[in-house]
Every structure is written in C-alpha cells, then in structure tokens.
Design a protein around this ligand. Structure first.
Ligand SMILES: C[S@@+](CC[C@H](N)C(=O)[O-])C[C@H]1O[C@@H](n2cnc3c(N)ncnc32)[C@H](O)[C@@H]1O
Length: 512
C-alpha cells in the first residue's frame, strides 16, 4: 500500500493526453474573446501546471511558450517522465515530484502569470483543493489566469451512483495492482447488475447508456477517473466560492463556443436567462439548461475589461493558421441545441484564404481588406467556431516564435524518436501556435525519417517499414493485419504519399 498517494489511484500511470486549455496562450485568447485583459506572454513570464500526469501538455507548453514553466505531480513515474522530456527539449522548465501540499510550502517559487490544472479538482480531497487554492493565493500574480476543469452537477447527478458501484466493488475486492484487471472486474459487476434490472434504472434512464459509453475507455483512464478514494461532484457556484479564497474571479469558459449563447441554449432558455442579473446565478442556471457534466473554467485574479473595439481589433490583428486541410473542416457541428450548419458561402472563402500560400499564417484584417463587405460580427463568430473546433489556431508573435523554435524542435525530435518504439504520445509542439498538434505514430516516424533525408515516398516507406519490421510489427489495413513484407511495404508507400502531400505541408506551416 502506498502512503504518499493520499487515496489517489497510482497503481498504473496515466494516459499521454494533451490539453490546449492548459496553454497560457490559449487561456489568453479565450479571455480576449470575452473582452478581459490578460498578462502579456514574454520571456519573463512564469507558468505552472499542477498534476501534470505524463507531462505531455506541460512539456509542449514549456517548449512552445516563452518564459519559464513550473509544474508538479506527486507520482514519481510521472515526474521522472516529465523531467526526461524537459531535458530533451532544453526548455526553461522545472518539474517537481511534490504533492500539492509540499508545493504550496515551497519557498523557491516565482509569481505565476498562469496556473492550470486539468482533470484534478474532482478527484482529490477537500484538503488538497485547499492546497491548490493556497498555491494560487500565494503565487498567482494580479491579473493572472487560472484554468480549472471538473465534473459538475447537475449533469452528473443521475450517473454518480455508477461511480459509487465501481469504486465500492473495487475497494471490497481487496485487489491492488494494474488497472486493467481491476477495472474489467468492476465493469463486469455493474454489467451483471444492470442486466438484473435494478429499479434505479427507471429513475435514471440514461444510466445504462452512460455505462455503455464508459466501457469504451482505456482502463488506465477509467481507473484514474473512477477508482480514486475521492470523487467530489460540485456545482459551478461552489467552485466559484472556493476560488474566492485565492481572489479568483470566474472569467470565461475554455470552450470558445460558449461565448455564443444561441449555440448553447434554446431561445426559450435565453428569454429566461436574460432576466438574471447576477453572472454567477446566470452561469449556474445555464448548467441546468445544458445538463452539463464537465466544466472548463478560466478564472482571473482581478478581471479588467477591455472595450469591444479593442477586443475585436486584437482578435482580428492576430495571425491564425489552419491545423488541417480545408476539406477536413466539417461545415456542421453538434451543439447542445442540436446540429448547427455553417454557411458555406461565409466559411469556405475564409478557409481558402487561410490555405493560400501553403497555409501561411494570416490575420483577418488582411481578409477584411480583400473582402470589405464581410461584416465583422459574423467574422468574429466564424473565428470563434473555427478555433473552438481546433480547425484554426491563433499564432504567437514572430518574436515569440523565434524564442521557442529550438526547444520545440528538440522536443519534437525526442517524441518522434520514441514513436519508433511505442505508440504513446500522439502530439507534437508547434512553435508557431505555442500549442500541441495531433500527430500519430506513423506521421512522427515519417517526419523523423524525412528530416533525416528520406524525401521520396519510396525511401520514406522503406525506412519506416524497416523500423517496424525489426520490432516484429506489421501494418493494419481495414482492421486486418497485413502479413507479407511486400504488401506491408506497398501499403506503407500509400501512407507516405498521403503524408508528403497532405500532412507535411501543414507541419511545415506550423513550423514543426
Ligand atoms: C487524472 S490525472 C490528470 C493528468 C493531467 N493533468 C492530464 O490531464 O493528462 C491527475 C494527476 O494528478 C496527480 N495528483 C493527484 N493528486 C495529487 C496530489 N495531491 N499532489 C500532486 N499530484 C497529484 C496524479 O498523480 C495524476 O498524475
């Protein structure tokens, strides 16, 4: 039995996720979209991530954001992995193996411009939440940004007994060790119970559906989500109240679409919400209309409003880059009020503008000059939705890009090198945007080999095939393993052709 883990599940390590919401650059952009000033990000800035897990986000942001990066995670395997990546990138990063309590007592911490935590708040004790508030109280600068995500009520109310069943079964099974067996035993128990039709199902008709969705997740994720001693669901208003301990004020959501009310709640709900003056009561009421289960909140320590004119000016003057080709951007998306169709005649020209000159990053003032009839309000909505879907990304200044280019290059080389042997980190750092970008194992191997001089589809296919063949691995096509070396090589070549024509130009534009 571990004693350092305070009831947190540590029998297996966490998944290698990346979350742009933890990026200081993204937090800043979300605040700007809401008309709130945020600290400039410079070489002097300091940022911090609490509970960084495998450290993918922390390392990508440390490498791709100017300034210093700090972070802690009390799991020694997580801390060791994060430190190894930081050494490889050479970023100005200091990662610790402290618990939140230990970190809150450190005397060698600077004042942070931003503090972020993702997937932590609901899964730790009240005492640990107080330690986090203490870290923010002592170390977040005036005007600083604070990102927190959590499972919330009322959305989770009907399904929370599901988690109780899973954790209760696991606790009394007396088992410890790897997540996989424990998770599957607990899932089997619930499955059999649901088949026996408990009366509870009549009151929570979604229970079985939620359970089906949950079964599809990776066991390590499920263990960290459900098998911790602590799992506290909170209302938004409660989190707001606790956050006041560190003088934090709710500013906006890290989901940009939430700034467009009509895409989140019905017209009838908007009529009702209009009558509420208090912003906290209004935001809390929205969670009932949306039946929200998870919140991604950005707080600030002292919100300073900027004028609408300044806000629009800053959003339009910033450069943006496509993160995918135009044909991959769906002109519809699922929202909480149903499917939203995007006007092709508005979106298509904007996307094509961004694709011009090999995806060269561009600002929207340039677009408005060329298209003087385009109204600004619609353009702001288009930018909001495209950033929301991560189809376009805001870019850093050219000076910032220069500062972080080398560390991103080194981090990406390290991640790609690891991909030769394992399929773990599916992201690379873009010095242009300061954020991570999806890159699967093969794209990473191709990129590595391309940079090593294999520039044609044939050469790339040969060298990539050699790497996986040596490890006894084979390619999979349409769900089936390809057996013969010739067919593997031929399929690899089709992959390298797609890589060179579709993916590489985007990587180049993103300065990866
Ligand atoms: C669900 S994981 C999320 C990791 C990462 N933020 C992500 O989203 O990929 C939670 C992390 O918090 C760390 N953690 C939990 N309690 C902690 C504590 N009291 N002090 C420091 N780290 C803690 C765990 O080790 C784990 O890596």
């Amino acid at each position: 039995m571990n004693s350092w883990n305070e009831g947190y599940f540590t029998d297996s390590t966490y998944t290698y996720g990346y979350y742009r919401e933890l990026s200081p650059i993204f937090m800043r952009w979300c605040l700007l979209l809401k008309g709130i000033a945020a600290p400039e990000i410079t070489e002097e800035s300091c940022h911090c991530e609490l509970g960084f897990g495998q450290g993918v986000s922390a390392n990508i942001h440390a490498a791709a954001t100017p300034g210093k990066f700090f972070g802690t995670d009390f799991n020694p395997a997580h801390a060791a992995g994060a430190k190894e990546m930081a050494e490889a990138s050479g970023a100005n990063a200091k990662f610790f193996e402290d618990s939140f309590e230990e970190f809150s007592k450190r005397e060698d911490l600077p004042t942070f411009d931003s503090i972020g935590l993702h997937g932590i708040w609901s899964w730790i004790s009240a005492e640990n939440r107080r330690h986090i508030m203490e870290i923010a109280r002592q170390h977040l600068k005036s005007g600083g940004m604070f990102y927190n995500s959590y499972n919330c009520l009322p959305g989770w109310a009907p399904a929370s007994p599901l988690r109780e069943l899973l954790v209760m079964y696991d606790r009394y099974s007396g088992k410890s060790g790897a997540a996989k067996g424990r998770v599957s035993d607990a899932l089997k128990f619930v499955e059999e119970m649901l088949a026996a039709k408990p009366a509870y199902l009549n009151f929570a008709p979604n229970f079985a559906k939620i359970f089906e969705g949950l079964k599809k997740h990776n066991p390590d994720y499920l263990a960290h989500e459900y098998l911790n001693l602590d799992w506290d669901l909170m209302y938004f208003a409660d989190v707001v109240e606790i956050s006041q301990e560190a003088k934090l004020e709710f500013a906006t959501s890290a989901a940009p679409v939430e700034t467009i009310e009509k895409l989140n709640v019905t017209a009838q709900a908007m009529e009702f919400l209009k009558k509420i003056d208090n912003p906290i009561v209004k935001e809390q009421a929205k969670d009932y209309f949306i039946n929200r289960q998870f919140r991604k909140d950005i707080f600030v320590r002292g919100a300073r409003r900027i004028t609408l004119a300044e806000q629009i000016d800053k959003i339009l003057e910033m450069r943006y880059v496509l993160s995918t080709s135009v044909e991959n951007v769906p002109l519809k998306f699922a929202s909480t009020v149903g499917e939203i169709k995007l006007a092709e005649n508005v979106y298509r020209p904007i996307l094509e503008f961004l694709q011009e000159d090999n995806f060269r990053p561009k600002n929207f003032s340039e677009y408005l000059k060329r298209n003087p009839t385009q109204d600004q309000k619609t353009l702001m909505e288009v930018i909001t939705l495209l950033v929301n879907g991560n189809y376009i990304m805001p870019c850093q200044s050219e000076a910032a890009v220069k500062l972080v280019k080398k560390s991103c290059e080194r981090l990406n080389a390290h991640i790609c090198e690891r991909s030769k042997f394992e399929d773990a980190i599916n992201f690379l750092a873009s010095p242009l945007t300061g954020m991570g970008i999806n890159a699967n194992r093969f794209q990473q191997i191709f990129l590595l080999q391309y940079k090593n001089g294999d520039k044609t589809p044939d050469k790339l296919a040969e060298s990539a095939w050699k790497i996986i063949f040596r490890q006894g691995q084979r390619l999979i096509r349409n769900g089936k393993i390809i057996e013969s070396p010739e067919e593997n090589l031929a399929h690899m070549k089709t992959l390298t052709e797609t890589f060179l024509t579709k993916q590489l130009p985007l990587f180049k534009a993103l300065l990866i």
